[in-house]
Design a protein around this ligand. Sequence first.
Ligand code: APR
Ligand code: ZN
Ligand code: ZN
Length: 376
Amino acid sequence: ATAGKVIKCKAAIIWEAGKTPSVEEVEVAPPRSGEIRVKIVATGICRTDDHVLKGFFPNISYPVIAGHEGAGIVESVGPGVTCVKPGDKVIPLCLPQCGECDCCLSPKTNYCLKNHFQGSFQNWMPDKTNRFTCRGKQVYHFLWTSTFSEYTVLPEASIVKISDEAPLDKVCLFGCAFPTGYGAAINTAKVEPGSTCAIFGLGGIGLSVVIGCKTAGASRIIGVDINKSKFAKAKELGATECIAPQDFKKPINEVLMEMTGLGVDYAFEAIGRIDTEATALSSCHAGHGVCVLIGEPPAGSQLSITPIQLISGRKLTGCLVGGWKLKDALPKLVSDYMNKKFNTDTLITHVLPFEKIGEGFELLQTGKSIRCVLLF
Ligand code: APR
Ligand code: ZN
Ligand code: ZN
């Protein structure tokens, strides 16, 4: 009954960088050609959303509706849409898979060129107009997902249907945290059985790396975090040891060298700081260690490395959303979850009604939550 009409609903608007999100009534226009309107059921809060709130990204336009870790149900589809139909359970993709660009056509990368690093155009729908208004003002989209709205509009490149039985309040984490960390271990590092891994940062992303390393059969999984309250969960998920840099006089890369003899086989940076990126690289085995960058440092940061660190044979790489081509990968990952191949529920430490989104951000900022899931 709502198809083709403007829907009024709740959304959290960040009016300008540095302001906390305010829950307001917004108008959501119907989907245009090639677009889908989705009723979001659940959404996680990721550190990247906090970066939007703080204004760390230069190519975000305000006022904006952030959020990119959601799950929902298709409400209506615009002309020409074939990949989903009303009633389908779906996950919005925080990295599109347009299927047509140079990267989508290559099996070597998931870096769809319609991503937001290529320009600011994900602040609008592909036709350069937006679907959200609030108090007479245009409100911008974020990553084409904007899951901090009860209804959101997505282009076909940014949506995938998942199993009808999937619990949306749980699989919303498959929109970002879980595939990002898990894929970094499985796809990008290709962790081998018996290997030694170090994970810097034990938030939602880092703990998902731990799950990936464990699934891949790593024999030592060393968690590194300044917040020791993260250690219990890391161990529950498969970390064999956890260390806090402030407990040592030596730099933590030297501590890791001593713990492992020649350095770790695989290091992952899931914090988003250039100092810890450099440390992660230095912790790797000089001849064949692989360092994977996952966290997003503030825009414009420069990482300084000594060439011999790489010439000796270390590899430095990185990935977005775990290297997955999300349209291809998510339905299978969700069914693997439903078949209990891995348990991502432990990553959800808090569940709040959507109206308490401000409290959800506070839990993340104060390090109290891994993932807080908001329910509409
Ligand atoms: N050394 C070690 N650990 C640190 C440090 C540090 N200097 N600074 C922060 N941490 C830890 C925090 O204590 C926290 O446990 O890193 C963890 C980061 O986790 P979250 O803030 O929950 O972030 P998460 O959502 O996991 O995202 C991590 O990936 O997607 C990107 O933008 C995102 O850069 C962010 C990163
Ligand atoms: Zn995220
Ligand atoms: Zn593409």
